[in-house]
Design a protein around this ligand. Sequence first.
Ligand code: IMP
Ligand code: MG
Length: 332
Amino acid sequence: MTVDIVIGLQYGDEGKGKVVLDKVKNKEYDLVVRFNGGPNAGHTVYNNNKEIVVHGLPIGLIYGIKSLIGPCCVIDLDKLEKEIKYLEEKGIKNVRENLLISNNTHIIKREHIEEDNKREDVGNGIGSTRSGIGPVYRDKHARIGMRYEEVKEKKYKMVDAMKTIEGNDKILFEGAQGMGLDIDWGDYPYVTSSNCGISSVINSGLDFNRIENVIGVAKIYETYVGNKVFQPECNRELEEISEKGNEIGSTTGRKRQCNWLDTEKLVRYIKMNSITELIINKCDIIEQVGIYRTIDLKFETFEELRTYISVIINTKCKTIKNIRWSYSSNKI
Ligand code: IMP
Ligand code: MG
């Protein structure tokens, strides 16, 4: 019996997709569960050297694994159908057969997207992905939303998430966005409208005693897409990171703002989610740029930076068993 969880510890785009893909490749999971968010996400993965970008669908589908969209997620049925066709065109088999949707997952309606767009157009927005996320979660909590169970012509299999989770032995929970965008613990109001961490996993109907590994994903520098000012102005080094790291949003094509690693926040988010394994991505980019620093400290070498981060995390975060440093966009 295994329950593994992948959680983003910054502002999304930490490389969760790569980690999930690595996990499903190497381990036999019976079920993959998307536990928060909707088509605002953009997970870029490489399968047999082919680039595949998924938004609303769980990555498990790419490897032919039964995959559930859980009750803390929201779905856009038009986009979902387009994405299924996209995966089918890429030669991926059994996408429809393997997709399960929880009866209590909420539906993004056209009016949600129109409202989101309008707010952004008139300049009252926070720089959303214009997917209708804010309005659909508002309607859910105002108890006027629409759940999948109310959809008249259901194209995809509807299930009870709790029963589905209970009935499977080896499960991977796949997160979207990251803790810096969490509705309660992120930089409000510059956040998304779901909880991006372990609370949504448990709220998907899981007996939390089953949880084995909680994998936290971060980058060695940070990026954020949206309307708050995040990147310090006229910083040539951060510009270089942005270019070398190809920091462009996979859902909206917007440039991601870059900044140095905030270790204090990272520690906080690790603690809140009982992270057992930490993956730090994009170390290759920092080595290429040759600037070794966090938000408040500078180092002479990459090794010194790495040691500093390791010591802080290992001394402050009791649940951490392992830290892995990744130097490649297609493997850990
Ligand atoms: P929303 O989720 O579309 O409402 O957007 C709210 C904020 O979260 C905006 O700043 C978005 O750019 C950001 N955001 C939402 N989803 C993602 C993601 O998957 N990666 C990175 N940023 C995201
Ligand atoms: Mg992304």
